[in-house]
Design a protein around this ligand. Sequence first.
Ligand code: Q46
Ligand code: ZN
Ligand code: ZN
Length: 314
Amino acid sequence: MRCTKCHNEATIYIRRHNTAFCKEHFIEYIYGQVEKAIKKYKMFEKTDKILVAVSGGKDSLALWDILNSLGYNSDGLYIDLGISEYSEKSKEVAQKFAESRNLKLHVVSIKDIYGVGIKEIAHKNRKPPCSTCGVIKRYIMNLTAKELQYKVIATGHNLDDESAILLGNILHWQIDYLKAQSPILFEDEAGFARKVKPLYRISEYETSAYCIMKKIEYILDECPMSIDAQSLRYKGMLNTLEKDSPGTKEQFYFGFLEKGKNYFIPEKREIKLNSCKICEQPTTSEICGFCRQITKANLEPLNMKEFILRLKDS
Ligand code: Q46
Ligand code: ZN
Ligand code: ZN
């Protein structure tokens, strides 16, 4: 098979576009897709400070590498969840990546701050680990972005992630989630940092291929808590459809963004935000979700804020 661009031997075939690329033109294609996503949703400019949420997995490292290669001003944030070997390994991979490119990586270790990991905090709260994890990660990302003055938080969600989330939201008619599902979330006026997903046009297969071609070492293991995640089942179903009918995921998700989303326009309701009575972060209640969970686990919420404030000087 020949590269569609230069007719040299191709190294990858993208079925949904019926296109083949050599290494050079595949990388160019990936950069083009990411630039297109950034421009279409006005995610950020070259002068903005971007905080990339890095997990050590292929998507977040590919994202960081792409933004860096395109000349964007990006630092990384790795949240060490204290999940045994998985966290150790993924932290090492993230640190190695940052060092190899001379990039700045902030590390926030829940276990170093609280002496326990996410699993123990969730257990004390009698909550599923992933729901506790979601609240805590969002809080740390938001606080780090705000305190360290990053314009946006960029996450490595790809086309497979977004189409699986969309399928789940539709199957359960989660209208509020459908209204909010977008490659760009929350404008800063709401009190939260802006969140963007510049890889939404790229499939999981393509981010893996990008990492291989750019020799990016990443952690292959999934978080051990994700084994039963419903999203993995939805991804499996979409993969079956994609196999028979290439382009299904793209049509599904892009179709939603271009046409379907119009049916789920968020109404302009005034969200009354308070300042959390403990940590002063924005919340719709009196005490934010993070402080509630940490307090319930008999830990001190403000230790996190103190830690993040110290990152300013590091
Ligand atoms: S939520 Fe759950 Fe993930 Fe947190 S506990 Fe692991 S699987 S990391 S995206
Ligand atoms: Zn080529
Ligand atoms: Zn709080």
